[in-house]
Write a protein that binds this ligand. Structure first.
Ligand code: M1P
Length: 264
């Protein structure tokens, strides 16, 4: 399969949306936003021709916990890739459900497969909550979402060597991706998200493309297989900006604002 580069078009005069992934882009993984990032977002959103928004795989409670007061600066908060979102009036929208797409029988078959796979896994810690059914996706974690921060950090190190997530994902792709038209994507550190093909972060673009002259997306997982790849390479955005970490995001935001305001 041909791997695409991030979209890279000239910025047009007009209204721009700066659209951010959360984990690894605005915050460290599952951590809360830092004051220097809030200050940077505050400055960006103070320009009349710029709006800011987020799109992430996590659910709304997790996004709210991470974004804290910066949520008030955002025009849109797209969670679960845009299947659940807050609009500019902070009204909640739930667009569709994974369970409507799959139905209970297929869902159960998938979950039973995952739980059997996890039961056979020899990993140092199994903390519980191995499966979290959200509105638009199901999140699967071999260590379990109940793990402590220390256990999470230890899993990251263990996974680097043993590739537990990657091997699990490959097995699920072989067994379910084609059969039920599912995507299985690693967006964080201890889990992966499973959703129908097309319900990735591009899902949110349908609510945005007519509102803005430019959409600039910032994400840390824009490489092929990462959960920012599809949106970062989508022709409906103006530009995809690959960032290394939140500090680097701040530098990239400042550069983009300069570029926007240098357009005659
Ligand atoms: O936003 C990225 C990911 O954040 C969490 O991942 P993890 O707990 O594995 O670090 C999850 O909420 C996941 O669904 C989400 O994609």
């Amino acid at each position: 399969m041909e791997h695409k580069e991030p979209t890279n078009n000239p910025i047009k005069k007009g209204k721009t949306l700066l659209l951010f992934d959360i984990d690894g882009t605005l915050t460290a993984s599952r951590k809360t936003i830092k004051q220097n990032m809030i200050d940077c977002l505050q400055k960006a959103s103070s320009y009349e021709d710029i709006d800011i928004a987020t799109v992430g795989g996590s659910d709304l409670p997790k996004a709210q916990e991470q974004l804290q007061s910066s949520i008030d600066l955002l025009k849109f908060v797209f969670t679960e890739n845009g299947l659940v979102y807050l609009d500019d009036k902070k009204e909640l929208h739930k667009v569709d459900k994974l369970i409507n797409y799959l139905g209970y029988d297929k869902y159960k078959e998938f979950i039973n497969f995952c739980l059997k796979y996890i039961a056979d896994l020899d990993i140092p810690i199994k903390a519980g909550t191995f499966v979290e059914l959200r509105t638009g996706l199901v999140n699967v974690s071999p260590i379990g979402r109940n793990c402590s921060q220390e256990e999470r950090d230890a899993f990251v190190v263990f996974n680097k060597e043993h590739k537990v997530l990657e091997k699990f994902r490959e097995t699920l792709i072989k067994n379910f991706a084609e059969k039920y038209k599912l995507e299985i994507s690693i967006g964080g550190q201890i889990s992966f998200d499973v959703y129908p093909v097309g319900w990735d972060k591009r899902y949110c673009l349908q609510f945005l493309e007519k509102l803005y002259d430019n959409i600039i997306f910032f994400g840390d997982k824009g490489y092929f297989g990462g959960n920012d790849y599809e949106i970062m390479t989508d022709p409906r955005i103006t530009r995809g900006v690959r960032v290394q970490n939140p500090e680097n995001t701040i530098e990239c935001i400042n550069k983009i604002i300069e570029e926007i305001h240098s357009i005659k």
